[in-house]
Design a protein around this ligand. Sequence first.
Ligand SMILES: Cc1cc2nc3c(=O)[nH]c(=O)nc-3n(C[C@H](O)[C@H](O)[C@H](O)COP(=O)(O)OP(=O)(O)OC[C@H]3O[C@@H](n4cnc5c(N)ncnc54)[C@H](O)[C@@H]3O)c2cc1C
Ligand code: SF4
Length: 511
Amino acid sequence: MIIESKDISKPVRESADVCIIGSGCGGGASAKILAEAGKKVIVIEEGGYFKTDEFESTEEFAFSNLYRQRAGQATDNLAVTVLQGKCVGGSSTVNWTTSLRTPDFVLEQWAKEFGVKGMRTKDLDPYFMRIEKYLNVHVEPDENHNLQNRIILDGAKKLGYRAKATGRNTRDCAKIGACGFGCPIGAKMSVNVTYIPDAVKAGATIFSEFRADKIEVTGSQKKVLGAIVDRLTQKQVSDFVIEAPIVVVSASSIFSPVLLLKSKLANSSGQVGKHLTFHLTSALLGTFDRSMYPSSGIPQSALCDEFLNKNGDGGGFWMEAVPATPTLAALAIPGFGGEHRKLMQKYPSIGATIVLVKEIDSEGTVTVNDYGRPSISYDLGSRDLDYLKQGLKATAEVQFAAGAKEVLTLHARMTSFKSLDDIEKKLARADWGPNEIALYSAHPLGTCRMGEDARNSVVDSHCQTHDVKGLFVIDGSVTPTSLGVNPQITLLAISEKSAEWIVENFNRIVG
Ligand SMILES: Cc1cc2nc3c(=O)[nH]c(=O)nc-3n(C[C@H](O)[C@H](O)[C@H](O)COP(=O)(O)OP(=O)(O)OC[C@H]3O[C@@H](n4cnc5c(N)ncnc54)[C@H](O)[C@@H]3O)c2cc1C
Ligand code: SF4
């Protein structure tokens, strides 16, 4: 059953075996496993519930209803825009379908440096296989790549770089190009149309427009307390208390630490909110002499990962296409007034490619501000900055190889390349401080990291907090390092595995 705030007329008092906070990749997958094992599961979701035919496929509808802060969430200094979903299904409802397994070298690092147990490739492979089958992950045939993805496939191939079609979690995709607005035909196998309905079928209750504000622990019992909010005004209309012996915090890498810090829980290590990573992202905009349909067709279906961990230092970058929808493009395109207008007039012929950095020396922090909301900071390390510059250079080369006539970075001070010769000297002259170049993250991770040493991690290898038995964090916050691939498959696998462990050890955990 999915209950929305409009269905509620009085305070809610409920109890369950497991209360899960957040309905994205972490929360949704756990809810299904636990409910199908016969546990009484209640999921609390701050955002709204929308059926697929209610998604309007416009930026106005999507940003207003499905995204955190209307897609304007950012670090405190506004240097990095942090995109997250806020709706049933979480960020998966608005994500771009790229479905990749965690790289081997990353899982090895987790085991060796953080003592993480049972998360090596051989341990996660059965979960990856099961999830890929469940979500119909497949690569697209060659003719299905749109012109934006062709830039990567064709440009990288000409330069001899490794590029390939990526897995996508879709079934009967009609190539509408609205993945980022919620798929209007239910073709995207996101959590809102897979794990959540299956959890509900198995008896789970989902409360949407319910915001958890605090967790209280008394002995082995826990209470989740919060506000029931009106969808339109976001004002509190009532309150709720859910009692359960097991609470799973799946509010994402930005909001899970906020909840733990506000509740003063699970932070004896002082690590809650620390070690935030972003897959720091910027874009290159190539202008072509033909229409490139920047926001139509399948948004993301190919990548170039030639430069990921190329030096064996665990860092590097990869390239992907991006749905350059009009508002996102207008915000990203540099310049003001007439200059900006001139560039926007070229919008139909723009090919946009993003560079995502797998961080090795950058880190951010999430703390709680005076209003009880997240305060996000991020320090870009010198090695990652170097990889960002290398990534922009390599991507500009790929764009030219694919036929771009001119290539533009997202620097505030206009930086454009008319030929290959321009790239290095103009990047050397560019400014790199905060707010000098538009930066993004759709993959915030870390902040409640996993490890077996309770002194420098928040959760153990089963995602149970070291400090509080029966209190789990299962979402993007548990990754000990930056991932180097789009995160959804990793997070679903961690979630399914941890939820299975809860089922197997239920009596011991609550006893
Ligand atoms: C635009 C975009 C494109 C992306 N594209 C891809 C892609 O192609 N491939 C890929 O692998 N990944 C992609 N991602 C990332 C991926 O979707 C996320 O990494 C993943 O969904 C994170 O899962 P999560 O469970 O940590 O958090 P989320 O999925 O974000 O879910 C957290 C949920 O918790 C809710 N919540 C927060 N606080 C509270 C509270 N106090 N009370 C109740 N509920 C709360 C939120 O509203 C949200 O619904 C993309 C993300 C975005 C935003
Ligand atoms: S491209 Fe496919 S998955 Fe994405 S919105 Fe369109 S139909 Fe849905």
